[in-house]
Design a protein around this ligand. Structure first.
Ligand code: GRF
Length: 205
């Protein structure tokens, strides 16, 4: 199988992007471009520091969400992108985006889906809600992206324990540590052609 081309979409710091960059030598793929809707996203800087094309697309330059998404789709198609990785990307993808890259978009979420996910669950809020609910275990999920928020087929999950003295901030740190292993692992499996979707289950072969 020839090397796949990955695009990573980020809105923030990009530590998951960094984990991918650090592990890319073990993966049959290259990160072709990093795209952000935020001019000052540190993820863009991480790309530049690693000689990866970094593109800022300002949503305000477009008439509506559809047109903004169309611009990203155009860029991805121009570059023959095989896999889109959402790594802390906070914009909703248009239906057209999702259908153009059906089963070729993956996202990482900092909880055990289907808990503490969906619209509005991002950043510290996810961890605050997990602690507030009193769950003893949280974790991270890598999943395919479908039309709804955080509902696509689950590729990999891993867990962390929540201790009595954990705060949203300490839990976020613990979860990020497992995210940084889980995301490259899932991308590697995808790039090796080992992921098969049956109904809503992902079978790893
Ligand atoms: C991560 O917690 C990820 O699960 C979520 O957004 C956060 C991004 O963090 N989707 P970073 O920008 O990769 O550091």
């Amino acid at each position: 199988m020839s090397q796949l081309k990955i695009a990573v979409l980020v809105s923030g710091g990009g530590t998951n992007l960094q984990a991918l960059i650090d592990n890319i030598d073990n993966i049959n793929a290259e990160i072709d471009v990093v795209i952000s809707n935020k001019k000052d996203a540190y993820g863009l800087e991480r790309a530049r520091l690693n000689n990866i094309d970094a593109i800022y697309i300002n949503p305000k330059d477009y008439q509506d969400t559809e047109a903004f998404n169309d611009e990203i789709i155009k860029e991805l198609i121009k570059r023959n992108i095989d896999l889109v990785v959402l790594a802390g990307y906070l914009k909703i993808l248009s239906k057209k985006f999702i259908s153009s890259f059906k089963n070729r978009i993956i996202n990482i979420h900092p909880s055990l889906i289907p808990s503490f996910c969906g619209k509005g669950f991002y950043g510290l809020k996810v961890h605050k809600e997990a602690i507030k609910y009193g769950v003893r275990i949280s974790g991270a999920t890598v999943h395919f992206v479908d039309e709804d928020a955080d509902t696509g087929a689950i590729i990999l999950q891993d867990t962390v324990c929540i201790d009595d003295n954990d705060t949203a901030e300490t839990l976020q740190k613990k979860v990020l540590q497992i995210e940084h292993k889980l995301l490259p692992e899932a991308v590697k499996l995808f790039c090796e052609g080992k992921l098969y979707i049956e109904d809503r289950r992902v079978i790893v072969k």
